[in-house]
Design a protein around this ligand. Structure first.
Ligand SMILES: [Zn+2]
Length: 466
């Protein structure tokens, strides 16, 4: 369970709910930068009443991985055929939880990664209109009689797994047609939901492919779309106003336009929840919940989200547009530059809306999580997979808040602005010190801060003045 999960638990503990942030589509060690993203094209025929998915999809623009690759697909999909540019290929398979790992071969040799591969397959999935299913989670292909929900983690589409670098190429540009005769609305992450029964979806931006379709409606607002949320217009407008407020706050501080519409998706989980329980996940730019309707998170009197931690949660997710998408870090401080920056910005956005008390509360909560547990100074990281959740979500943002106290808000924003301008840099400690310098922070002040805060391994001591 990561810290964001804990935070989310805290948010919904107000209503005894549970939820989780899954940042895998944004920040996991498995994602790749844009230039390496493959493309997927083809057609799906989906029958909601029967629970069947029939797919014929072709992956192209695949990186050269020699034989160090697998093809991952949900274990409920039966492959009719697999072919590369030379013709049909055979394959071995190995079960891996909810997915199967396929390894194609030809003439008794494992295949060197092809540039294109086409896979035709059919899957059938149970429809839960009762209480027979005990658990719902992000990798399930979930049908509840009204909607079908399948995320990138379910591997409803074939995903290349790079075995050498332990990463899945789950973000793809796409051109996919869907035929679903019993669907009112169809949505693929990264485009606007469209009316059924037949729709085509295209994106040149690589996305983690969340699929959500069925008998539901879309409500459109300037900054957000709501899917299946059945929001009262005024409540939805207030919600959207909060979201556009966060976007504007970021645009003004970071100087980069926020070019992303956020999609809020509500679905009925295939697990029974109590009246005050909920569960959520994020496949950016979609934020999905089950159990707790978005409409209940707005205070009708003020038109605001009814708790600053909830606001902060959305602000954190929205900040990933910048840190994780505009800037895709790739080196030792990768997780600091994705999660700690997003968390710092969410604290600032919440402060703008709810006042200093929200920041004090966040600092206290984060300090409490760290306690006196030893931390590794940022300068000592040698591996981008080394940073744990407490470090990314609590220590990292506290470092930025402590720096802000020392040099002022404006210089920290300048650092973040410079980060966004330096897209091709290695996100390591040298880069960190470069953006410190470029932000106009005098060397003497930085050295003092480095000695007293950065190199202090006891967080209670490092943040004693915060
Ligand atoms: Zn995050």
């Amino acid at each position: 369970m990561n810290l964001k999960h804990l935070l989310f638990l805290f948010i919904f503990s107000i209503q005894a709910s549970i939820a989780q942030e899954k940042t895998s589509s944004i920040s996991s060690k498995k994602s790749l930068s844009k230039d390496l993203s493959p493309h997927i094209a083809g057609k799906l025929i989906i029958n909601m009443k029967a629970g069947t998915i029939q797919a014929d999809l072709k992956l192209s623009n695949l990186p050269a991985l020699d034989t160090a690759f697998r093809i991952r697909l949900h274990h409920g999909m039966n492959i009719k055929f697999m072919e590369d540019s030379t013709g049909f290929v055979r394959f071995n398979n190995r079960p891996l939880g909810d997915v199967m790992d396929y390894r194609p071969y030809s003439n008794q040799r494992y295949l060197v990664s092809p540039q294109t591969i086409r896979i035709s397959y059919t899957g059938a999935f149970p429809i839960y209109t009762d209480t027979m299913n005990l658990v719902d989670y992000k990798s399930i292909i979930a049908l509840n009689g009204e909607t079908l929900r399948a995320t990138e983690e379910s591997k409803w589409y074939p995903v290349i797994y790079d075995t050498k670098n332990d990463r899945e190429l789950e973000k793809l540009s796409y051109d996919i047609s869907i035929d679903c005769q019993d669907c009112k609305t169809i949505y693929i992450n990264g485009t606007s939901a469209k009316p059924g029964p037949i729709a085509n979806f295209k994106s040149t931006t690589p996305r983690a492919l969340l699929l959500f379709m069925g008998n539901y409606s879309k409500q459109e607002f300037p900054g957000s779309d709501f899917l299946n949320a059945k929001m009262q217009e005024n409540i939805a407008a207030s919600f959207d106003h909060q979201i556009t407020g966060i976007k504007t706050f970021y645009e003004q501080r970071l100087g980069v336009p926020y070019k992303e519409k956020i999609v809020f998706l509500e679905h009925k989980a295939i697990q029974t929840y109590g009246p005050n329980q909920s569960w959520g996940f994020v496949t950016f730019p979609t934020i999905a919940v089950a159990g707790l309707p978005f409409s209940k998170t707005i205070d009708p009197k003020t038109g605001k989200l009814n708790h600053f931690v909830r606001f902060s949660f959305y602000a954190h997710e929205l900040a990933h547009y910048y840190f994780g998408n505009v800037f895709v870090p790739n080196s030792t401080l990768r997780d600091f530059f994705i999660e700690s920056t997003a968390e710092y910005l969410s604290v600032k956005a919440a402060e703008h809306e709810y006042g200093k008390d929200s920041t004090r509360s966040s600092i206290k909560f984060k300090k409490g999580l760290l306690g006196e547990n030893k931390v590794i100074p940022l300068s000592q990281f040698t591996d981008k997979d080394e940073m744990n959740d407490a470090y990314r979500y609590a220590y990292g943002p506290l470092v930025l808040l402590a720096l802000e106290k020392k040099v002022g808000e404006e210089k920290v924003y300048r650092m973040l602005q410079n980060t966004l301008k330096n897209k091709d840099q290695n996100s390591n400690y040298d880069f960190f010190t470069k953006i410190i310098k470029d932000a106009g922070i005098p060397l003497s002040i930085w050295k003092e801060f480095e000695a007293n805060v950065f190199n202090e391994i006891n967080p209670a001591k490092a943040f004693r003045d915060l």
